[in-house]
Design a protein around this ligand. Structure first.
Ligand code: C5P
Length: 243
């Protein structure tokens, strides 16, 4: 394995970050890190233990008791806690909402950031979240920022929920996403913003495969990587996209 290399993907909920990060990491043979899973884990545990998510001291006291172990399989990134693999319990609308609340707390952000940096050390990583290119890995080799129309993002989220067996009203999903975006963008600590030097990609009218292909092209060009599968290099200049 060569030196540590990093690609960050930031953006709002439903912009396609997870699917893209998973697909890109798979195509490159790199490690995929889903930072949102750590915030979700803290929110889930806070709720289970009846801790007030606004009480930073109480939430901070919980953190040393949590020792999540990351793992990866065909489906992508997951966390194990006390030997148990977590999946659906971290993806409920309640946990999404509460994750955005605990993510405002500096103690929680420090805890997650430390873990992500440790995990990335010496590895080739595609990491996604809200502050990966701005705070966690400001020296990343390539920074991507995915965005999409709110209506498109809400429809995607609703489909995901349906796949997990949870129905849902599109308007309610849209409102929940808009509220979470506002909270993530307006917090004092590490707000969601476009990292300097990031390539912005609007995924509203692209399929997941098209987004991965575009990001892969950018990665191979910018990081001078051999394209997966040994195909010829993409012509120079293409992929200078944005929006
Ligand atoms: O990406 P995901 O939807 O799983 O993230 C859940 C929540 O965790 C986000 O709404 C955000 O509040 C928080 N988060 C964050 N910084 C990150 C990743 C996620 O604040 N890097």
């Amino acid at each position: 394995m060569g030196p540590a290399r990093l690609i960050t993907i930031d953006g709002p909920a439903g912009a396609g970050k997870s699917t893209t990060a998973r697909g890109l990491a798979r195509a490159l043979g790199w490690t995929y890190l889903d930072s949102g899973a750590f915030y979700r884990l803290v929110a889930w545990q806070t709720a289970r233990r009846g801790i007030n998510p606004e009480d930073e001291a109480a939430v901070a006291a919980l953190l040393p008791q949590l020792a999540p172990e990351p793992g990866a399989d065909e489906e992508g990134f997951f966390l194990r806690l006390d030997g148990r693999r977590l999946s659906g319990e971290l993806r409920t609308p309640e946990v999404s909402r509460e994750a955005s609340r605990v993510a405002r707390l500096p103690a929680v952000r420090r805890w997650v950031t430390e873990r992500l940096r440790q995990l990335a050390r010496g590895r080739r990583v595609v990491a996604e979240g809200r502050d990966l290119g701005t705070v966690v890995f400001p020296d990343a080799d390539l920074k991507l920022y995915l965005d999409a129309d709110l209506a498109v993002r809400a429809a995607r989220r609703q489909q995901e929920q349906a796949a997990l067996g949870a129905g849902g009203d599109l308007t309610a999903t849209l409102e929940a996403i808009a509220a979470r975006d506002a909270q993530d963008q307006n917090r004092t600590e590490a707000p969601l913003q476009v990292p300097s030097g990031a390539v912005i990609l609007d995924t509203s009218r692209l399929t997941p495969e098209e987004v991965v292909a575009r990001c892969l092209q950018l990665a191979t060009e910018r990081l001078h990587l051999a394209p997966p599968g040994g195909a010829g290099m993409a012509p120079p200049g293409r992929g200078e996209t944005t929006t």
